[in-house]
Ligand binder design. Structure first.
Ligand code: RNT
Ligand code: ZN
Length: 438
């Protein structure tokens, strides 16, 4: 005798509840939340307006489509050899659309410069232009997606010693400045053609493995290089620039030129967006606590929602305390119109399309949980000094029937309920991904 019916042990056997079951559960949940003063319908309509920027690089282990087969650089490491990574722009588009069909809401797609369509030609990074991304823009328009963009400052001979915009060689610096200029032009065309401003996020790997003799000069050079890149004003209706800091990387353990303090100062003085990557700080530091600080001084912030684990900054996003805290801060602080939510993780040890679905659904789920908080009540208790009640309510909220609201949201959005999306991915793996040979 088996304890569990074997058909439900496999994910493929997971049954979807009926629409009627979901609607009934939602009605009960709606009443429970109403008792707390929370309107679930309002929460769902607010949730439906939020676009998450889904990163291209989960689909192909940050390889991109340049003709040269360069090793992945910049201290980025993608571990795992799960079969079926996207090898061409068409494969990547097919994969991400498959993922998006399983994610409720309308979202954005976030491209790196190395993902241009170069038709087998070797187009240098300081030569890339709108034509290399027109295919992406047309595709995005067809699918009602906004696009975001990133210059690629790694996986290149001119970055092989670990320095780019802060390089001591002015020729190499100039090459990378030109790359940044090209990228802003491409991103502005994306934003203009799609009627939705692109965010261009600048992350560079520059740093030293071991103790530097001079911490000052590379930072001075980086500030100058960035100023040169941003010299031409671009209409904020088309493109907005962001800068992303990191505490350390593989090969830059002792010193990273673009540190948090460096970019915070840069963003404030140059009116740029600051990108906070959840995996780019000391493990005891959390970006949820930084949002209300940096947004006191900055107009806008870009998030790279990720999950740091030991040395790795880019594990697939799970619904953990920090993800929830990030979402709570965005909602409680009324920051959603000032913060772009992007994802940044890469895992090659699991189905890559599933990784997108898991991480993005979790981001949205965390936002829903945040929208379902009786925040006015909690704030009142806090202001009254009733910290006992504040703690008690916060803990009781954890067992409210949130899942019924989430299922109803998925039902209304026409995406699978619960883990039943996995079946779609399994079929896709069998019919498409497993036929791809590296
Ligand atoms: C690297 C940064 C950066 C990259 C992408 C691929 O540590 O997080 O955002 O992950 O540009
Ligand atoms: Zn990042």
């Amino acid at each position: 005798m088996t304890l569990i019916d074997p058909s439900i042990r496999t994910a493929g056997g997971i049954q979807e509840p009926s629409a009627k079951q979901i609607e009934e559960a939602y009605e009960l949940a709606r009443e429970r939340y109403a008792d707390l003063g929370v309107d679930t319908d309002t929460a769902l309509s607010r949730l439906s307006t939020i676009a998450v920027s889904i990163h291209c690089w989960q689909g192909d282990d940050v390889r991109g489509f340049e003709s040269a087969d360069r090793p992945l650089g910049g201290g980025l490491a993608v571990l795992g050899n799960y079969p079926g990574k996207a090898r061409t722009p068409d494969e990547l588009r097919s994969d991400v659309l498959k993922a998006m069909n399983l994610i409720p809401g309308s979202h954005r797609f976030n491209l790196h410069a190395s993902y241009g369509e170069f038709a087998g030609r070797n187009v240098e990074r300081n030569q890339i232009d709108v034509e290399h991304f027109q295919g992406w823009i047309d595709w995005a328009r067809d699918h009602h997606l906004g696009l975001d963009f990133n210059p690629t400052y790694f996986s290149h001979d001119n970055a092989s010693d670990g320095f780019t915009l802060s390089h001591p060689d002015p020729g190499i610096r100039q090459f990378w400045i030109e790359h940044g200029v090209c990228c802003r032009r491409v991103a502005a065309a994306m934003g203009r053609q799609l009627g939705s401003p692109s965010v261009t996020n600048f992350w560079i790997p520059d740093g030293f493995k071991d103790t530097p003799a001079d911490r000052k000069s590379p930072r001075a050079r980086l500030a100058d290089s960035l100023d040169a890149i941003f010299r031409d004003e671009i209409d904020a209706c088309h493109n907005i620039d962001a800068v992303e800091a990191k505490l350390f990387g593989l090969g830059s353990e002792a010193y990273v030129v673009g540190s948090h303090e460096f970019y915070l100062g840069y963003a404030i003085t140059r009116n740029k967006m600051l990108c906070l990557d959840a995996g780019h700080f000391h493990p005891t530091e959390v970006i949820s606590d930084k949002l209300s600080s940096v947004l006191t001084y900055l107009d806008q912030v870009l998030l790279h929602v990720s999950r740091g684990l030991r040395w790795d900054s880019d594990h697939v996003v799970t619904l953990n305390d920090e993800l929830l805290a990030i979402a709570q801060e965005l909602v409680r602080g009324d920051y959603l119109h000032r913060v772009r939510i992007g994802l940044d993780f890469f895992d090659a040890s699991i189905n890559r399309v599933a990784a997108w679905v898991i991480g993005t659904r979790n981001m949205i789920r965390a936002l829903l949980l945040a929208f379902l908080e009786p925040i006015e009540w909690l704030r009142h208790l806090e202001n009254e000094g009733d910290f006992t009640a504040r703690l008690a309510i916060m803990e009781e909220l954890k067992s409210m029937p949130f899942g019924a609201v989430w299922d109803y949201y998925c039902l209304r959005a026409g995406v699978p309920i619960g883990a039943s999306w996995l079946k779609v991915i399994q079929d896709y793996e069998q019919s498409v991904l497993s036929r791809r040979l590296d």
